[in-house]
Design a protein around this ligand. Structure first.
Ligand SMILES: [Zn+2]
Length: 579
């Protein structure tokens, strides 16, 4: 994953508000009895604008936390804890737990001697290592392995009536491409810890450093710290409310065996909507934008739609081809879809607009023109157009489409009878899967009609073409069948205040905590039935962790301690907290 957004660059525009002001001024100049009517009209208009701005407001920035923060060492961690935490991440990286795409098809519970895929076995080693490395956690928490390798750890609460909280992470990683191994500054599974850089930071290198072994290790470190402190104080190790940790082992290949099955167990055990909140990895963290430190919490994630387009035509010798081969028809369809991009939009409840509003309200160095555009609803459509010029920002304000896979033809001199492509769409917050399907159907229908080729899409016959010309068949591809975007986590109320308060306590009261939507997916997709409050967050400053899914994935020791502190403070603040 990784949608680090880069600097926000949008075209300047002139005359903010003029479009609203001018009619009002003209109306004001109108004579006689008309004046009163226009006055009422302008006031109603202004009220609408105010309501939109109110909805788009940056959320309240809570400060001051309720619990005993003295427990987190104010002078920082002891050098032995620091050493321990760094070595744990290093070791986690060295235990290579790569997921390969084709593992999706295999059953991890099947032993290799019975024909199972031996590549899953690394998780047995990894789980053994976790048990040995965090003995306090594994002694005091209930440990369950679901689907053989995915973990559910439970620290039951003293008060079973309080909704539990869920900490999520995953222990698998994406592979390292063979051809890129030489480009790494340190070998990708070495877990090497560098000498301090100019800012005194040690970098920990390797696949999974950021996605997401640093979160996994930090959650275990935080739980260990909480348990150890309670034992040292002679207290019950249990907190007021139950804490559950769910660790998946196949997030990079859909996550259904790990988080998917963990979720079924948790739903069965606790019921729907039973958790106070859930935290997991995210694709955005703590960035600097226009002189502001902003922590973006992923309050939702986009949906997805995999469309499989198949074209079947009569075959034959390539020496006497029709005007369009099957592959040609497939290409025309893809070209037509690309020529009709999904719409983009910004409105008062758009997550990305609300992120921009936080910048407009708090970032000291934002150009005043841009600030005015963000705070003027009349300019939002034009602003959306400007943002859409950037591929990265467009992904935040609409549904995207990418034709990624195509197969056709077996031989140079033979016409391809069967051609197929998979088009991957990430469904935005203003769309449903059905909206996107309908839009694609309209575009493809036009192509099919022009070519006189039969088209059936999404189970409906749309064009009855000339017999023998061929047939286009469009359906959901497997395994990424259609999925709607996740509900949007509220950015007000006690859960928001706890979350945002902890973030500001850990990274500084000058940090603004802003809503954002995730454009990639996480394992939280499976946990949606469990809570309305899901936060996807990479708890790392942008310059302290780099290169998710690519060469030189790395994270600093400081960043690692920050994640541990964030999880720890969330846990200790649960005492006495009520949602
Ligand atoms: Zn991840």
């Amino acid at each position: 994953m990784g949608d680090g957004d880069g600097p926000l660059n949008v075209r300047p525009a002139s005359s903010p508000r003029r479009r609203f002001l001018l009619p009002c001024v003209l109306a004001g100049l109108a004579l006689g009895g008309m004046m009163y009517r226009h006055h009422v009209h302008c006031r109603a208009h202004q009220e609408r604008v105010n309501a939109m701005l109110e909805e788009a407001q940056c959320p309240v920035q809570p400060s001051g936390l309720r619990s005993a923060f003295s427990q987190w060492p104010s002078a920082g961690l002891s050098s032995s804890d620091k050493e321990l935490y760094v070595q744990r991440l290093s070791k986690a990286i060295q235990l290579d737990t790569v997921s390969y795409d084709d593992m999706y098809e295999t059953d991890p519970t099947q032993a290799p001697e019975d024909g199972g895929d031996p590549r899953w076995l690394v998780h047995e080693r990894f789980n053994k290592w976790k048990e040995q490395e965090w003995p306090l956690v594994y002694t005091h928490m209930q440990v369950e392995y679901i689907t053989k390798y995915s973990t559910i750890l439970t620290l039951p609460g003293r008060d079973p009536t309080l909704p539990p909280v869920l900490l999520m992470s995953h222990q698998d990683t994406v592979p390292v491409q063979e051809a890129t191994v030489d480009e790494w500054d340190q070998p990708p599974f070495s877990g090497i810890v560098t000498a301090p850089d100019a800012r005194g930071r040690h970098w920990i290198y390797g696949r999974g450093a950021l996605d997401c072994k640093s979160l996994l290790v930090s959650e275990l470190n935080a739980l260990e710290r909480v348990i150890r402190e309670r034992l040292e104080r002679g207290e019950d190790v249990r907190g007021e409310r139950t804490v559950v940790m769910s660790v998946g082992f196949d997030e990079e290949v859909m996550g259904i065996k790990g988080a998917g099955n963990n979720s079924l167990v948790l739903q069965e055990r606790y019921g729907q909507d039973s958790f106070a909140f859930i935290i997991d990895e995210g694709s955005t963290g703590i960035e600097n934008e226009y002189g502001l430190k902003v922590a973006s919490l992923g309050l939702s994630e986009k949906g997805s739609l995999g469309a499989k387009i198949e074209v079947d035509v009569p075959g034959g010798h390539a020496s006497k081809p029709p005007r369009h081969t099957g592959l040609g028809i497939l290409s025309l369809l893809i070209a037509a879809l690309e020529a009709h991009p999904n719409p983009h939009t910004l409105h008062s409840s758009s997550l990305y607009l609300r992120y921009l509003t936080c910048l407009a309200q708090h970032a000291p160095d934002m150009p005043s023109d841009l600030r005015k555009r963000i705070l003027d609803p009349a300019q939002w459509p034009a602003l959306a157009d400007s943002l859409a010029e950037s591929d990265e920002l467009r992904a935040h304000i609409g549904t995207t489409m990418a034709a990624n896979v195509a197969r056709a033809g077996a031989k140079t001199n033979a016409l391809p009878e069967h051609s197929e492509a998979i088009v991957d769409s990430r469904v935005g917050w203003d769309d449903t899967v059905a909206d996107v399907q309908a839009r694609y159907a309209v575009v493809m229908k036009e192509v099919a009609e022009r070519l006189n080729v039969t088209l059936d899409a999404w189970g409906e016959k749309l064009v009855d073409g000339v017999e023998g010309r061929g047939r286009i068949h469009v359906d959901l591809s497997w395994p990424s069948a259609g999925r709607e975007h996740a509900p949007i986590t509220p950015s007000e109320g006690p859960v928001w205040e706890l979350m945002a308060g902890v973030v500001r306590h850990v990274w500084g009261e000058n940090v603004v905590v802003a809503p954002k939507g995730m454009i990639a997916g996480t394992d939280t997709n499976y946990m949606k039935p469990l809570s309305k409050n899901i936060f996807r967050f990479r708890a790392v400053p942008m310059d302290e962790g780099e290169n998710v899914h690519t060469v030189n994935e790395r994270v600093t020791d400081q960043a690692l301690f920050g994640i541990t502190q964030y999880v720890y403070e969330l846990l200790v603040n649960l005492e006495g907290w009520r949602e």
